[in-house]
Design a protein around this ligand. Structure first.
Ligand SMILES: Nc1ncnc2c1ncn2[C@@H]1O[C@H](COP(=O)(O)OP(=O)(O)OP(=O)(O)O)[C@@H](O)[C@H]1O
Ligand SMILES: [Mg+2]
Length: 366
């Protein structure tokens, strides 16, 4: 004991998540950081087998068995852990076997989330890329749109003075193509009006996306929902969020249809505590996952998919994700993605900010 603080209370103040397991790998106790990480209270977790919380993990069972047998400690890096709500964590962990009574034979597992830091770093890079790309597009779009107006006007004048219908077919092509190009440039520029921020329930957004995507799905692709009804409302432009989530869900639907066979899209909502977005800390955020069991995105490609004009689809314009990211950024949120063959998850993070502290621009009504 030092001063008035008992040594065991110190773990309550630690940032690392710490859990003690008995030799049958059932939970004995855990610190608040662990409770927060898995979003369960110790009262509910007590005596629960750890595999009910770490539903999938890459912890080596051999290393664990060896450590238990020999009473030796071990460290493993970059372990992936999937929690019951489907959230995947990337962690480093230290396992210590206690050799002295009263906890002899128990394990103390210390978990440090590396994903947390990765995520922040990835965001920095992603947001910087995104801002640079947007500036470039704005400049380019401006340069393209002006002459397009001239070309269209000239083609219309020409059409009127052409002697035959046959020749008018060509001016028709010019006008149609100019219109198509203008539409693409407008899409690149994103919505013109400022967002109309109103109190919104994320499930209104989720349900619209489900309805719109479900009608387009063939029978062999199943659409599953997994909502957390306790999520509080947030300040958002519902239509813009629907557009963002729809762009992501349509990609999943397209890739699954292309692949053929049985497919599954899962739409999941969760409240997320203690989130860092663009280096800012938020006490509470909404996370909306759009998951598919398609072929996944190669790691190299993953870095660029939010760039405009990056597409892997014939007929794709490569704008869907870049627009989705811009729309979510307008809500001070971010889209994150993890992908491997058989599992791609796009997660939309949206901070829940009370009106007083809202840094959201153009908050016209509530
Ligand atoms: N769930 C997914 N699984 C596999 N690849 C994906 C997934 N989502 C996106 N991609 C890849 O990312 C690329 C970029 O997507 P994005 O929505 O930005 O453009 P697009 O779908 O090609 O065109 P569009 O502008 O019509 O949306 C896609 O072409 C596809 O190759
Ligand atoms: Mg798309």
């Amino acid at each position: 004991m030092v001063g008035d603080i008992k040594a065991e209370n110190i773990i309550d103040y630690m940032v690392s998540a710490i859990v003690m397991l008995d030799s049958r790998l059932r939970i004995v106790t855990a610190n608040p950081a662990f409770e927060e990480m898995v979003d369960l209270s110790i009262r509910r977790m007590k005596d629960m087998p750890i595999k009910h919380i770490f539903v999938e993990t890459t912890i080596s069972p051999r290393a664990l068995a060896y450590a238990l047998k020999r009473s030796t400690s071990f460290t493993q890096r970059d372990i992936s852990i999937t929690l019951p709500d489907g959230k995947e964590l990337l962690v480093d962990l230290d396992v210590t076997i206690i050799s002295k009574p009263p906890y002899e034979g128990n394990l103390v597992v210390e978990i440090r989330q590396v994903e947390h830091h990765h995520r922040v770093r990835q965001e920095d890079q992603m947001l910087a890329q995104h801002h640079a790309a947007r500036d470039l597009i704005r400049a380019l779009a401006h340069e393209i749109k002006n002459p397009l107006g001239g070309v269209r006007g000239a083609a219309q004048l020409l059409e009127r003075s052409l002697p035959s219908e046959e020749l008018k077919e060509f001016t028709g092509i010019i006008i149609d193509e100019v219109d198509r190009l203008t539409k693409v440039v407008d899409r690149m520029l994103g919505p013109k009006s400022k967002p109309n921020m109103l109190r919104t329930n994320i499930h209104e957004v989720a349900e619209r996306v489900r309805q719109l995507v479900s009608i387009e799905l063939p029978e062999n692709i199943h659409f599953k929902i997994d909502y957390d009804p306790s999520i509080p409302d947030l300040l958002a432009d519902k239509e813009l969020l629907i557009q963002a989530a729809l762009n992501i869900a349509r990609n999943a639907s397209q890739i699954l249809q292309e692949q053929g066979g049985k497919g599954r899209i899962t739409l999941r909502t969760r409240a997320q505590r203690q989130v860092y977005i663009d280096q800012k800390h938020y006490r509470l955020a909404v996370r909306m996952d759009i998951e598919d069991n398609g072929p996944g995105i190669e790691q190299e490609r993953l870095k660029t998919i939010f760039y405009p004009m990056v597409t892997g689809r014939s007929g794709g314009t490569g704008l869907g994700l870049s627009i989705a990211q811009a729309l979510v950024n307008q809500h001070l949120g971010i889209i994150d993605v993890i992908s491997r063959p058989g599992k791609t998850v796009f997660s939309i993070f949206l901070p829940i900010i009370d009106k007083k502290h809202s840094g959201i621009k153009a908050c016209n009504k509530i």
